[in-house]
Design a binder for this molecule. Sequence first.
Ligand code: PMP
Length: 356
Amino acid sequence: MRKHNFNSGPSVLPKEVLEQASEAIINFNGINLSLLEIGHRTNWFVDVIEESKLLVKELMQLNNNYEVLFLHGGATTQFMQVPLNLLNENETAAYCDNGIWGSKAISEAKIFGKVNVIASSKDQNYNYIPKSFTLPDNTKYLHLTSNNTVEGTQWHQFPETTIPIVADMSSDIFSRQLNFNQFQLIYAGAQKNMGAAGVSLVVIDKNILGKVSRQISPILDYRKHIEAASLLNTPPVFAIYVALLTLRWIKKEGGLAEMENRANKKSSLLYNTIDSLPLFECAIKKEDRSKMNAVFCIKEEVLQNKFLEECKEEGMIGVKGYRTVGGLRVSMYNALSLESVEAITMLMKNFANKYS
Ligand code: PMP
C-alpha cells in the first residue's frame, strides 16, 4: 500500500503520473527510446515543452502578454533572477517578509537594488499575513510569497495595486482559482504541486522586461530564455515531462476549480480536527491559515514524539515540522487524497483520547 505522504516537497504525486513517467523512462511514447536518451531539440521533446506551456496558459487563463518558461535552479535561483532582471541599483522594490523563504528573497534582492520591507509578520513568529501597508509610488515591484510552506500561512486576498506584483507560488501553484493576470511575474519550484524537483515554472508578463541597465549573463536573462523557448541550453527534460503529466492530470481531474474544491475539503477537515482537540494547537491566525501546509503542535514535547512514532507505525510520513520551527506540519498538496487526511485526523482523535 502507498504511504500517506504529508511531505512538504518533494511530495506526493498522482500514482498515474508516476506510472506514466516510469514507462517513459523505458519507452517514451512507444518510440523504443527512453525519454532520457532523446535530444532536447528533437520534435519529440519540443512537443513536450510546447504542450506544457499551453496547459499552463490554459489552466491559469493567462492573456497573451504572458510567456511561460521552464528553468533550472529551483525557486531559490528566482530570488536572485527576479531583481537581476527587474531592479536597477538605484531603484526600490517592496518586499513582504512573511516567512523564511520571503526573507531569503529579501537578502538576495539587496545585492541588486534597494529593498523596502513594507510588511513583516516576524514580530509574531510569522503566524499571520500583514494586510495594511502602503506602497510608495516609485516602487518597481512588490514581491510576496503566496503560501508560506514553513510557517503555514497563505495569502487569501492579494493587494490591489498598479505596481507589478511578483509572487513566489512554489507551494500553492495550481491549487486554486485566481486571477493570475494580476501578477506580472509568478515563479514556482515544481516539486510540490507540479511534479518532480529540478525545474521551476516562471510566468512573466513580457512588458516588464528590458528595463534594467545592467548586463545580464544570457543564462540568467529571461528575455534570452523567451527567445529560445526554454531551450537556451539543455533543459531538465525529465522534470519537465513529469510536469506535463501532472498538468494533464490536473486538467483531467477538473482543473483549478476542482483542485480548490479538494483543498477546501481536506484543509477544513484537518483544521476543524485540530481546533476541536485541546491537545493540539494551531497558532496561525484563522483567516490566514494555509490550505496546503497546516503547521501545528502538541505542546508537550514527549507526546509530540510519541505522536510522530504512531504516524510512522500507521504509514504516515512527513509530519515533522520544519527543522527551525519544530512542531508538526501536514502538507496537503493536490495529489494528497482526502482519505489520507481522514486517516491522520482519525489518528489524532484516537491519540487525544488516549493522552488528554
Ligand atoms: N519558496 C518557497 C515558498 C518554498 O517552499 C521553497 C522550497 N520549499 C523555496 C522557495 C525554495 O525552493 P527550491 O528548493 O526549489 O529552491
